[in-house]
Design a protein around this ligand. Structure first.
Ligand code: ADP
Length: 158
């Protein structure tokens, strides 16, 4: 049984995240999607809302569970028997930071990080950009699941 984690803020989950999560679910026995709880950064959606949206978006995939974590990801991995961290890579800009994180996590606990390249259709997609566009009244249909779109519209009073 190989269990991996896809960590992130997921504020909110986008179709770019889901592409990486789904592809991971075909490669590994079990995928834990873990929402980072960052007390210094209030998001648009609460941790509970983000977990709900991820749960709804992944409900058709039986080997995916959604959870949250606080503190070091390596500790979460150790406590849950997680063998590796899976991250999506969009561009060289992601790579610099992700390589540094991967090497630090390896140094801390020996846990490995695996990178999956984004599908070209989603390479420009980030939660922060989706929120900015939705806030300004732009149409983000097709970039997030429809139930996330509905929540964004509701949050921005449309
Ligand atoms: P965001 O940058 O959208 O706020 P997160 O912090 O939630 O993303 O990122 C969680 C993980 O998802 C990271 O590994 C990130 O590289 C990956 N990711 C985010 N957006 C995409 C995308 N469009 N394609 C592939 N991977 C992505």
């Amino acid at each position: 049984m190989t269990k991996v984690v896809c960590p992130g803020s997921f504020d909110p989950v986008t179709n770019g995240h889901l592409d990486i999560i789904e592809r991971s679910s075909h490669l590994f026995d079990e995928v834990v999607v873990a929402v980072l709880v960052n007390e210094n950064k209030a998001g648009l959606f609460s941790i509970e809302e983000r977990i709900e949206m991820l749960g709804e978006a992944t409900s058709s995939l039986p080997n995916i569970t959604v959870d949250s974590f606080q503190g070091l990801l390596v500790d979460f991995c150790r406590d849950r028997g997680i063998a590796a961290i899976v991250k999506g890579l969009r561009a060289v800009s992601d790579f610099d930071y992700e390589l540094q994180m991967a090497q630090m996590n390896d140094r801390l606990s020996g846990v490995d990080t695996l990178f999956i390249p984004t599908s070209p259709a989603y390479s420009y997609l980030a939660s922060s950009l989706v929120k900015e566009v939705a806030k300004g009244g732009g149409d983000v249909t097709g970039l997030v699941p429809n139930h996330v779109l509905a929540r964004l519209n509701e949050r921005f009073g449309r």
